[in-house]
Design a protein around this ligand. Structure first.
Ligand SMILES: [Zn+2]
Length: 265
């Protein structure tokens, strides 16, 4: 007999077979979940079991997604869209004597003479603009969570949205700034909660839930939207060599194969 459970918006078929009291959970090749349990295991027990496996589930789903999809790549051409806090901004390549990428009247302006390092400059823009937006957000969430972060940085964190160390150093991936503010807040609150609890145990989630009651929704949305974001991959085109000699090292880091394996630190 097969029934089904709904977990974080996903339908999970439950195959009732065997006598073992231990439920058995698998993530299928297509990313669907499947649960097997004996007839006498209660639905509430199965739901609790899925909840206890949540980190594992999302890690597995992200791995499947990583294997399935090519990374999102961008081209340095007029009209290419770049997300910032959930809004899309078109790229404009213009002749001016600015030394950096700027946001002007909703457009992302890249000086044409700096096109060879354009990808790096756009990432620099996410970092410098992002940290100004993040500072007041971080202090607000830090107050709610009663923590005192010692340092905040925006950087390339490979496969993580953010990280937090025992000495209070909080780091956020620049790509996180593409998310809408409610999801950036989830990443911030998550990392700040780690200043109390380094691991993803029940007390960690309980603490996060007290300041962000809908964190499960946000986490599910983050898992969905994450693989659609840009992490620095480039589209090769005749005018824009994929690996300009300057800054090649950094690009390789940005294109890391671990793109979608993000669990939120
Ligand atoms: Zn975490």
């Amino acid at each position: 007999m097969t029934t089904a459970l709904v977990f974080d918006g996903m339908t999970v078929p439950v195959e009732r077979a065997g006598r073992s009291r231990r439920a058995h959970l698998t993530v299928e090749r297509d990313g669907s979940l499947r649960l097997r349990a004996a007839h006498d295991v209660q639905t509430e027990e199965l739901t609790a079991f899925l909840k206890s496996k949540r980190e594992w589930i999302y890690t597995k789903l992200a791995e499947k997604e990583r294997l399935r999809a090519d990374p999102v790549a961008k081209q340095l051409v007029d009209g290419e869209g770049f997300l910032y806090l959930g809004r899309s901004h078109q790229l404009r390549i213009v002749e001016n004597d600015q030394a950096a990428v700027r946001l002007e009247r909703g457009r992302l302006i890249l000086p044409s003479r700096l096109r060879a390092t354009g990808y790096d400059l756009i990432i620099d823009w996410y970092q410098s603009r992002g940290i100004k937006w993040l500072r007041p957000q971080v202090s607000e969430w830090a107050t709610r969570l009663r923590v005192d972060p010692s340092r905040l940085d925006v950087a390339d964190l490979g496969h993580k949205w953010g990280s937090a160390t025992s000495v209070g150093w909080v780091r956020i991936h620049w790509a996180t700034l593409q998310l809408r503010p409610g999801l950036v807040d989830y990443v911030l609150a998550h990392e700040l909660a780690h200043l109390h609890e380094p691991h993803h145990g029940p007390s960690f989630w309980a603490r996060l839930g007290r300041v962000m009651p809908d964190y499960e929704d946000r986490r599910a949305q983050l898992a969905l939207v994450g693989p659609t974001l840009w992490f620095g991959a480039q589209t090769t085109s005749p005018e824009t060599p994929a690996h300009p000699r300057s800054g090649c090292q950094k690009k390789l880091v940005n294109e890391g194969p671990e793109r979608a394996r993000r669990t939120g630190g």
